[in-house]
Design a protein around this ligand. Structure first.
Ligand code: DAV
Length: 360
């Protein structure tokens, strides 16, 4: 362990994915809209959803899907509060509203996934440069919270706001679905990254390049954080890489949950860690998933090194976690899955009790 830094008085302070959770932002689905179809979506959205997106671009998601996801979120918030965690929510907006820059126009998406657009590293909260035009102003839903955290002492930063001009995007390659031949849909025109392509392990962050995170974005963050932080880029076997948190999920120091399809070889940095392969997702194969694979089943949220929130239908995963010494807390969440993520995606851990350290 490196010399620990004294606990921060800042309302924002989180160094890893497992220290005791004190405060969390949980996304909302209110106002969620189907974004305009684009090559950037083609690269990541399940191919059987293409027709849905093309037909419904710019319209609200079906009201009954939004209502069902809201019920899951309410249950999740209730559980978190019952476990002693302070929960904050962003503002939902009407994401069908059209906006633009001098170079393009779009409609929005939602404020459901704070994990993508905000990155907490220690006492700093960083607005990320999202690569999707439909998400360009998404952070505005979170600004009331960010301003309040700043007033109370947080360090609040934004990465350079990307232009998202045509020069950022390339054509999907013929073998875009081949997990062994990753070619990103985005270029190196400017830095972009989603926070959900990073995992935090104290002074070490692990990242993958994806269809939203480019090398320029990773280098921006590396230089921005500077020493003593180290950013390690790893490559996984994912046919639609966008976010690392349905492929690898650190549960506690030295304990890593992996997606056995996407992690045929455990990255070298984890060689001293214990590895648990997630069982196949258990929920119905016909359940609607607009934006993600079924592996959101392993997108877990740690409340501390033992308590973990898991979807109620994932009986095998729950049993394996128990066998491994964890205390799973189950919550209905498959209706939220439809929007592209689970407990880790839907949250931003603003404050966890603990100090920065090295784990490798
Ligand atoms: O399809 O595995 C899930 C995570 C999205 N935030 C996938 C990505």
């Amino acid at each position: 362990m490196n010399s620990p830094v004294a606990s921060s008085p800042s309302p924002v302070c989180s160094h890893n994915e497992w220290d005791p959770l004190e405060e969390v932002i949980v996304g909302v689905v209110d106002g969620a809209a189907v974004p305009p179809w684009s090559d950037a979506l083609e690269a990541t959205v399940p191919s059987d959803q293409k027709a849905f997106f093309q037909t419904n671009a710019g319209r609200p998601f079906p009201a009954e899907r939004i209502a069902a996801a809201r019920r899951d979120l309410d249950e999740f918030v209730h559980i978190l509060q019952g476990e002693g965690v302070t929960v904050q929510r962003p503002e939902g907006h009407d994401f069908t509203r059209r906006y633009g820059t001098p170079q393009w126009e779009s409609t929005g998406l939602y404020a459901a996934m704070p994990r993508d657009l905000l990155l907490v590293v220690g006492d700093e909260i960083i607005e990320t440069p999202l690569a999707w035009r439909s998400r360009h102003f998404e952070v505005h839903s979170f600004r009331p919270l960010l301003k309040e955290y700043f007033r109370r002492g947080a360090r609040w930063t934004a990465a350079p706001s990307p232009e998202l001009s045509d020069a950022l995007y390339t054509q999907p390659s013929e073998d875009i679905e081949d997990p062994d031949r990753f070619e990103s849909i985005i270029t190196e025109y400017e830095p972009t990254f989603d926070a959900a392509d990073f995992l935090r392990f104290g002074y070490d962050l692990v990242v993958q390049r994806s269809h939203v995170t480019n090398a320029f974005g990773i280098e921006w963050l590396r230089r921005h954080l500077g020493a003593p932080y180290r950013i390690h880029e790893i490559t996984l076997r994912d046919s639609h890489p966008m976010h690392i948190d349905a492929s690898l999920m650190p549960l506690a120091p030295g304990k890593l949950l992996i997606n056995p399809e996407r992690v045929p070889t455990v990255p070298d940095i984890f060689r001293t860690w214990d590895v648990l392969a997630a069982p196949p997702p258990a929920f119905s194969v016909t359940h609607p998933l607009y934006m993600s694979s079924r592996w959101v089943s392993m997108n877990l949220l740690m409340l501390d090194e033992e308590r973990v929130i898991v979807e109620r239908q994932e009986h095998e995963l729950i049993q394996k976690l128990r066998d491994w010494g964890f205390k799973p807390i189950s919550c209905n969440f498959t209706n939220f899955y439809a929007f592209g993520g689970s407990f880790h995606c839907a949250t931003l851990d603003v404050r966890r009790r603990g100090d920065a350290a090295s784990y490798f």
